[in-house]
Each structure stands twice: as structure tokens, then as C-alpha cells.
Ligand binder design. Structure first.
Ligand SMILES: NC(=O)c1ccc[n+]([C@@H]2O[C@H](COP(=O)([O-])OP(=O)(O)OC[C@H]3O[C@@H](n4cnc5c(N)ncnc54)[C@H](OP(=O)(O)O)[C@@H]3O)[C@@H](O)[C@H]2O)c1
Length: 279
């Protein structure tokens, strides 16, 4: 099985990456990112609002050196927060993220949430399009966009987003949005895939894990991959970081997939994008 997905613009993105939400700026972030890179991760997902971009950047530098690989082998994502919405402010926010990370370009820059002001997210998207057209960022996308947000954006965009990063786990299977995005050739990426760890005690998931000799986390990560969803589990624990990437040597059966599908309750742990203001 391929380790990467091809985006609609022909660029590739790793199917599994490291998420760093709630990873503390300082040694915790440096160590997690460095450990991921030396353990063969190529993708790291951060955001301005996580307030750890500087340490993520340091972890990247240390990881590259220790692994003996080049920056071009990595896929680094960050996101613009609602406070920076607007054309000029978005351009500045991008530069500020680059500076904190100590990078010359990002592989993916996302609008973190749509917010409540349609004009503002369109203006922001236009700035991202400019960054993309000027070759300053490799790919642009969105996060937490529902179908309505996507329709509004697509009606006015000249560059189609490559990704929509949304909450996705067995209790929130996002079937409608997933089908919609697939039709538009926009890849879905999941956040909180492990439900912050809470899905790992689920009995169905544990039974499937036992059958395959894998951990519950590996079953969930593999389930994302088999649903064509890019996945970025967060961990600061070295053996879990390694475990979460070790998902390419087994396959879920049709029966496993069916059992997991039955767990859906359309239940969110995060805010509903329809009414999230960022406050
Ligand atoms: N776009 C958005 O609005 C948005 C929102 C939320 C998150 N995200 C992104 O999505 C990423 C992932 O989501 P998340 O951080 O909310 O949560 P998550 O990945 O669902 O869960 C992380 C939790 O699971 C634990 N864990 C990880 N691997 C494990 C394993 N193999 N076995 C047992 N426990 C394990 C971690 O513990 P330890 O760290 O202690 O090992 C941590 O407590 C974020 O880091 C962020 O990059 C984006």
C-alpha cells in the first residue's frame, strides 16, 4: 500500500502524520517532532494557535540532522487563525508562521476555521491563492468547513482547496461530507482521530485490534487510511509515535469496517463549525 496520497494538483502528501495540538512549546514539542522524524514520519501538523511553531521548527531541524534527510522530504502544515483573517493580514500571518518555524515554505497552509463572516474567509482564501500562485506555499486547503462552507468557497475560488481537515472518528463518521469531498476530489484529513485517546477503550475496536495483533490506535489509524482519510494522530510518547506509523502491514476486513461503521453516533467532541466564532 502506498504511504502517500496524490492531491488534485498532482502533489503528494503522506497518509499519516504527527499532530501537535496541546504539545507544549519547548522541549516537549522539540522532542516529539524530532522523534517522529527519526522514526520516518514525513508529515507534521501544527497551527499558529497551538503556540508551538518555534519548537516544532527546532524539532524539524534536529530531526533532519539526526535522520540525515533533506527538508524537501518533509510535509509541513500550519494554519491561519480567525484573528488574522483578511487579505493583507493573511499574507502577514503566513510569513509570521514561516519565521517562527524557521522554514522557507510550507507544504500546506489551511484556513483553520471558517468563522461566521463569509466575506472574510473568502478574502483570506484569496490571499492563500496568491501565496500558492506565487509558489510561496506548495498546497492550500481548509479545515472545519461543512458542505455549506465548501459550496460558498468553491463558488468564488480560483484555486480549489486540496484538503479539508475535520473532526473524524468512529463516533463521527462524516459520511455526507466525505462523499461530497470525494466527488470534488478534495482529500479529507481527520483531526482527533483517536478521540483524544477515548476511543481506545471501545470494545469493538479492542476486539478487532486483538484479532490482528495490533493496538486499538493502529486499528483506528488504519481505518482512516482505508477510508481515504489522511490522519495525524498526536502523541508525545516515543513508543506511541512509532506505533502510530506502523500501520502499513495489515488490512481491516469488510467485517471489521462494517463493525466500526456501526459505532457512528454523529457525536462531536469539538465545536460545530456552523456556529464556531473562535472565542
Ligand atoms: N483543525 C482543527 O481544528 C484541529 C482540532 C484538533 C486537532 N487538530 C489536529 O489533529 C491532531 C490530532 O488530534 P488530537 O491531538 O486532538 O487528538 P488525538 O490524536 O485523537 O489523540 C491524542 C491522544 O491520544 C493519545 N495517544 C496517541 N497515540 C496513542 C497510542 N498509540 N496509544 C494510546 N494513546 C495514544 C495521546 O497521548 P500522549 O500524547 O500522551 O502519548 C493523546 O492523549 C492534533 O494534534 C492537531 O494537529 C486539528
Amino acid at each position: 500500500m502506498e504511504l502517500t496520497v496524490t492531491l488534485h494538483n498532482g502533489n503528494i502528501m503522506p497518509k499519516v502524520g504527527l499532530g501537535v495540538f496541546r504539545v507544549e512549546e519547548g522541549q516537549e514539542a522539540v522532542n516529539a517532532v524530532k522523534h517522529a522524524i527519526v522514526s520516518d514520519y514525513q508529515s507534521i501538523d501544527t497551527a499558529m494557535i497551538y503556540k508551538n511553531e518555534e519548537s516544532v521548527g527546532e524539532g524539524i531541524r534536529q530531526g533532519l540532522e539526526e535522520a540525515g534527510i533533506d527538508r524537501s522530504e518533509l510535509f509541513i502544515t500550519s494554519k491561519i487563525w480567525l484573528d488574522d483573517f483578511g487579505f493583507d493580514t493573511a499574507l502577514q500571518a503566513y510569513e509570521a508562521s514561516l519565521e517562527r518555524l524557521g522554514l522557507e515554505y510550507l507544504d500546506l497552509y489551511l484556513i483553520h476555521w471558517p468563522g461566521q463572516d463569509t466575506e472574510k474567509f473568502i478574502e483570506t482564501w484569496k490571499a492563500l491563492e496568491q501565496l500558492y500562485n506565487e509558489g510561496k506555499v506548495r498546497n492550500i486547503g481548509v479545515s472545519n468547513f461543512n458542505i455549506e462552507h465548501m459550496e460558498t468557497l468553491l463558488a468564488q475560488a480560483s484555486v480549489k482547496p486540496v484538503i479539508n481537515q475535520v473532526e473524524f472518528h468512529p463516533y463521527l463518521d462524516q459520511k455526507e461530507l466525505r462523499n461530497y469531498l470525494a466527488e470534488k476530489q478534495i482529500v479529507m484529513e481527520s483531526w482527533s482521530p483517536l478521540l483524544n485517546g477515548d476511543i481506545l477503550t471501545n470494545e469493538v475496536i479492542n476486539n478487532i485490534a486483538e484479532k490482528h495483533g495490533k493496538s486499538p490506535a493502529q486499528v483506528i489509524i488504519r481505518w482512516n487510511i482505508e477510508n481515504d482519510v489522511v490522519v495525524i494522530p498526536k502523541s508525545v510518547t516515543p513508543n506511541r509515535i512509532e506505533e502510530n506509523l506502523n500501520v502499513f502491514d495489515f488490512q481491516l476486513s469488510q467485517e471489521d469496517l462494517y463493525e466500526i461503521e456501526q459505532l457512528n453516533e454523529d457525536r462531536r467532541i469539538g465545536p460545530d463549525p456552523a456556529d464556531f466564532t473562535g472565542k
